[in-house]
Structures are given as structure tokens and as C-alpha cells.
Design a protein around this ligand. Structure first.
Ligand code: ADP
Ligand code: AMP
Length: 221
């Protein structure tokens, strides 16, 4: 299955991506995770992306699209994938369609929208913590680890993302409204969008997501 998750920052895309990808049996590809890995390794891509990420702006399409094109060409992504955080602009969505057509003569099966209001998103982003080693996502109140700042899964150190500061969150929500929300209409117009209520416990949202995906069988490889 070729699947895209959309929704505002903090909607729970990363949290759900892990469970959904495992359920569907495809790799999870998160552009935010790839950028953050490049930033922490100090690669040229990371150095270029960092200034945009720190402001809460989108990394330019040219840079982002090449990164995704390379990732989708890796063997594990040939027969299916779950994209978390890409596409985030209509031009990115158009190029994704082109990449799939040119490289595999295929297309996306479905785009799943996680619907959450701004107040909930702000509560989620302000308390988000991420494991430095396994990238698992926690929340200080809604999904706390047993020991504060230590990942239950691998004992890794938890950190707060630089772009989860209040002023950056405000810009990210504005960027989402201006540049990413139009994607919802883009995919709805193509009959590819299914939206779910992404509020309530994480497990409930996962069940809703898997139910919503049931009518969308995977396309041909
Ligand atoms: P996104 O990838 O869309 O930016 P995340 O998956 O990183 O969002 O989730 C943002 C924060 O909200 C994290 O701290 C996560 O633990 C928390 N979270 C995710 N889903 C829920 C939920 N259903 N209820 C409460 N908090 C949640
Ligand atoms: P995320 O982890 O999805 O919240 O992404 C963190 C940051 O990485 C974003 O605020 C952007 O700066 C950058 N980023 C991630 N995905 C994209 C994308 N598809 N296009 C442009 N920038 C992106």
C-alpha cells in the first residue's frame, strides 16, 4: 500500500505512522525524521535545512523533493510506503505523482487526514518529547514515560524539539494553514482523501485509522 498521512503539526502523524506502517507492513518514511538525522550528523543537507526548521518554515521544495525521490528509490519502498510529513505543498504532491508514475507506473492508494483543532495541537506540541536514539514520541502528560526524560523502549534520552517552542509553534500552524491545508482539497478533489477524528486516546485513533483504510486495498506493485 502507498499511503500518505496529512494533518497539522502535532496531529499525531508520527505517533500513528509507526502503528499504521506496522499494521500495513510498509516502511514509515518521515521527512522530519530524515531532516533531523541530517541536522544532528551535520551533513550539508542538515545545515541547509536547519535554518528553515528552526523558524518553523518549510525547507524549500527542491531540497525536500530530491531527498524523498532518493528515499523512495530504496528497495524497501518499491512495493509500498507510508509517508509522514510529505507532501506538504501542492507542488510536492504533483511531483510525488510524477515520481510514482515514472519510476513504478503506479500511484498513491489513499491519503489519510488526521483532524485535530488548534488548541489540542498546541497542548500536544508543548509537551512533546522524542527519544534521541529510537525516535519514539512521548508526551509529558498524555503519554508519559515511566521515568521522566528516559525512553521506556530503549532507555534513550528524551529531548524537546527546538521547533516546539511557543513562537515557532505559532508560525508552524500558520505555515500549515497557508501551504499545507490546500493539499486536503487537492486530494479530496481526486477522491483519494479519507479523514478521521484524531482526538482521544492514541489506541482509539489507531483503530479509527485502520478502519478507515480498510476500503482502500493496495494498488498494483
Ligand atoms: P505530528 O507527527 O503530527 O507532528 P506527533 O505524533 O509527534 O505529531 O504527536 C504530537 C504530540 O502529541 C506527541 O507528544 C504525542 O505523544 C502526542 N499525541 C499523539 N497522539 C495523541 C493523542 N491521541 N492524544 C494525546 N496526545 C497525543
Ligand atoms: P515534522 O517532523 O514533520 O514536524 O517536520 C519538522 C520540520 O521539517 C518542518 O517544520 C519543516 O521545516 C521540515 N519538513 C519536514 N517535512 C517537510 C516537507 N515535506 N517540506 C518542507 N519541509 C519539511
Amino acid at each position: 500500500m502507498r499511503l500518505v498521512l496529512v494533518g497539522p503539526p502535532g496531529a499525531g502523524k508520527g505517533t500513528q505512522a509507526q502503528f499504521i506502517a506496522e499494521h500495513v507492513g510498509v516502511p514509515k518514511i518521515s521527512t522530519g525524521d530524515i531532516f533531523r538525522a541530517n541536522v544532528s550528523q551535520g551533513t550539508p543537507l542538515g545545515l541547509e535545512a536547519k535554518e528553515y526548521m528552526d523558524r518553523g518554515d518549510l525547507v524549500p521544495d527542491g531540497v525536500t523533493i530530491e531527498m524523498v525521490r532518493n528515499r523512495l528509490a530504496e528497495p524497501d519502498a518499491i512495493t509500498g510506503f507510508l509517508l509522514d510529513g510529505f507532501p506538504r505543498t501542492v507542488p510536492q504532491a504533483e511531483v510525488l505523482d510524477d515520481i510514482l508514475r515514472e519510476t513504478a507506473d503506479t500511484k498513491l492508494d489513499v491519503v489519510l487526514e488526521l483532524v485535530v483543532d488548534d488548541d489540542e495541537v498546541i497542548r500536544r506540541l508543548s509537551g512533546r518529547r522524542t527519544c534521541r536514539t529510537c525516535n519514539h514520541i512521548w508526551h509529558v502528560d498524555f503519554d508519559p514515560p515511566k521515568v521522566p526524560d528516559v525512553c521506556d523502549i530503549d532507555g534513550g534520552e528524551l529531548f524537546q524539539r527546538d521547533d516546539d517552542k511557543a513562537e515557532t509553534i505559532a508560525n508552524r500552524l500558520q505555515v500549515y494553514a497557508e501551504q499545507t491545508a490546500p493539499l486536503v482539497a487537492y486530494y479530496a478533489g481526486r477522491g483519494m482523501l479519507v479523514g478521521i477524528d484524531a482526538t482521544g486516546p492514541v489506541d482509539d485513533v489507531t483503530v479509527r485509522a485502520i478502519d478507515a483504510l480498510r476500503p482502500f486495498p493496495a494498488g498494483e506493485a
